[in-house]
Design a protein around this ligand. Structure first.
Ligand SMILES: *Cc1c(COP(=O)(O)O)cnc(C)c1O
Length: 354
């Protein structure tokens, strides 16, 4: 049976990416060698790394604008500390929109003063805060563009005088945006780009070198840039698979075309959530995520029949995060419309039957 994979991460990747990645594990480009047994210093791998970095910059419209792309390790969680290690001298501002922002703040506190500029904690993070002042003396402002757990997403990029840093783990490459408003953004691969094991960082070079502390080599963006993301052995499989996804995005027409498809998918699902008397959306309507749709049953008693309907339809990974409960449909770039339609069908059957 065809499984419809709504998992929040690791999550669905395009089928052709899976096939190409599998083939490369057996043999890379008729070389007689596997992708995972060649030197990362070989010509073949260096060209993979270079293409992945170039493509990441091209897709975000940042080529030739003073940015560098890096493929690092340690997940987005390591970026929580690396951003602060490299950028926080005195004081940084954070917008707290959920679990991941909270964790980012906790790490940053090890390096300097952290100011919570705004928070949506008062309503269990079901909205994106608005109408706050951003002090002009911050080293940077950090935000999470898409809140994977709560299902909220920024629609507009806040205007700020200070450098803007973002965790884009769950919505990078999902829409057309003015990425040049960000001075640094990062994304763990496993939500929308590839397997776990690598993290994309895109950083404006002029942002670096402004803190007075010494930074361990592995955690120093400047060292990583100098080493071409190969200060040590990089996770070659995760980077190659991410490259395949980036090529797939470009072949689909880039982030603008992907973004249009994502909007259509999300609109279809939210339309049903709003129309269907058995369900209620979790996130504030204006802030709803086009990547993770969170919703609950009006009557929790219907969980067993709804879960059974979903299982019979081949739906996987729909369970909500424990901090929200209910359901979360992660509808990343590679999730086909067919999967949304299947979920909507199950919701409609539930409404009709009960
Ligand atoms: C999943 C996720 C993380 C954590 O990523 P790791 O790579 O597991 O460290 C951080 N931020 C956001 C927005 C996420 O969705």
């Amino acid at each position: 049976m065809k499984i419809h994979n709504f998992s929040a991460g690791p999550s669905i990747l395009p089928q052709e990416v899976m096939e190409q990645a599998s083939a490369a594990v057996l043999e890379l480009d008729n070389s007689g060698l596997s992708l995972i047994e060649i030197s990362h210093r070989s010509k073949s791998f260096i060209s993979i790394m270079e293409e992945a970095c170039e493509l990441a910059l091209r897709l975000t419209g940042l080529s030739g604008k003073g940015y560098k792309a890096l493929f690092l390790q340690g997940g987005a969680s390591q970026q929580f500390l690396m951003t602060a290690y490299n950028l926080l001298e005195k004081k940084a501002g954070y917008i707290n929109t959920g679990t991941w922002s909270t964790k980012a703040m906790k790490e940053a506190e090890l390096f300097g003063k952290v100011v919570e500029i705004a928070s949506s904690k008062d309503q269990n993070f079901n909205y994106i805060p608005e109408g706050y002042d951003i002090p002009s003396d911050l080293d940077y402002l950090h935000l999470t563009t898409n809140n994977t757990i709560f299902g909220t997403q920024y629609k507009e990029i806040p205007d700020t005088q200070v450098p803007l840093v973002a965790d884009m783990s769950s919505d990078v490459f999902s829409r057309k945006w003015d990425y040049s408003k960000f001075d640094l953004f990062y994304a763990g691969a496993q939500k929308n780009m590839g397997p776990a094991g690598t993290t994309l960082v895109i950083v404006k070079e002029e942002l670096l070198g402004n803190v007075s502390r010494s930074i361990p080599s592995m955690l120093d963006y400047t060292v990583q840039i100098k080493g071409g993301s190969m200060f040590n052995t990089p996770p070659v499989f995760a980077i190659f698979t991410s490259l395949l996804t980036l090529r797939w995005i470009e072949a689909q027409g880039g982030v603008e075309a992907i973004g249009k498809k994502n909007s259509i998918k999300a609109t279809h699902l939210y339309g049903e959530i709003d129309k269907n008397s058995k369900f209620i959306g979790f996130a504030a309507q204006k802030d709803r995520s086009e990547m993770n749709a969170t919703f609950n049953l009006v009557d929790p008693q219907l969980a067993a029949p709804f879960d059974a309907l979903c299982e019979a339809a081949g739906i996987s990974g729909l369970k909500g995060h424990r901090s929200v409960g209910g359901y979360r449909a992660s509808i990343y770039n590679a999730l086909p419309m067919k999967s949304i339609e299947t979920l909507v069908d199950c919701m409609q059957v539930l409404e009709k039957k009960y």
